[in-house]
Design a protein around this ligand. Structure first.
Ligand SMILES: [Zn+2]
Length: 256
């Protein structure tokens, strides 16, 4: 079983059938992150078709300025979701500084609720790595999952020391920063992701189907000098230690 620990299934649009067929055929356990209420409800609906899709509720930092009011209306989704995400801060791709207070307000709300309901968070940290680190510490969150990290190394070290896990994304093989990060991280903190179909398009122009996660796994194995099966098993174990009760990755399935 493969793990896609950060995907956006609503981005597949009319190609969702094709994406789901790939997810089922290759057995890719997929954390379907949401950006807002609408994308979460869509993920929940799609998840009825296969247990391989795990809907995650979050308000993405890019939509925080539109969704920062009446935050308590989201509490029921936070309570029911297996993992909170995608949430975070983005001070890099969002140039409008007037939006930052909304991002911070939304993130603090989610961190407070993550603490209350003991939920794992799937975090976007672009250009705000130090701020995220200090908030993780402030709210003493349990093993947050850092998505596609590309920030400074001293913060990476602190996040690792804190107990964070990290998803490696589709720029592996294209980015020197990502290669160095994978070299640095221990295998027991690494997960794989695709970040939806548009992330690979951003990297190399190709449409990213869920099975690109296999290429990500192969490239991790190459860097770590490990047999692919061993990396696959390690990532499965990492997933299971993150999400303890629901949606376990099945080791047996690929061992048989
Ligand atoms: Zn994302």
């Amino acid at each position: 079983m493969y793990i896609d620990a950060h995907n956006h299934i609503d981005f597949y649009g009319e190609k969702i059938k094709q994406a789901l067929n790939i997810i089922k055929k290759d057995e890719i356990l997929t954390l379907a992150c949401s950006q807002d209420e609408k994308s979460y409800l869509y993920a929940k609906e799609i998840a009825l078709q296969t247990p391989l899709i795990v809907p995650c509720f979050g308000i993405h930092p890019w939509t925080a300025h539109e969704n920062h009011r009446d935050l308590d209306r989201y509490e029921r989704y936070i309570e029911e979701t297996s993992m909170i995400g995608e949430i975070g801060l983005d001070f890099h791709w969002v140039p409008e500084k007037e939006k930052y207070p909304h991002q911070v307000k939304v993130l603090k709300y989610f961190f407070q609720k993550a603490k209350t309901y003991d939920k794992i968070t799937n975090l976007h940290t672009k250009g705000a790595e130090e701020e995220i680190l200090s908030l993780i510490k402030k709210y003493s969150l349990r093993s947050p999952l850092i998505h596609w990290y590309s920030g400074p190394f001293h913060v990476l070290k602190e996040l690792l020391d804190y107990g964070c896990y990290f998803t490696v994304s589709v720029d592996i093989g294209y980015s020197e920063t990502t290669r160095k990060i994978v070299e640095y991280l221990p295998m027991n903190r690494i997960l794989t992701e695709t970040d939806g179909p548009t992330a690979l398009q951003w990297v190399n122009g190709e449409y990213g189907y869920p099975n690109y996660v296999i290429a990500v796994l192969e490239k991790i194995s190459e860097i770590k000098k490990l047999p692919i099966e061993e990396s696959k098993m390690a990532i499965c174990d990492n997933f299971n230690s993150l999400l303890k009760i629901e949606s376990r990755c099945s080791r047996e399935k690929y061992q048989s």
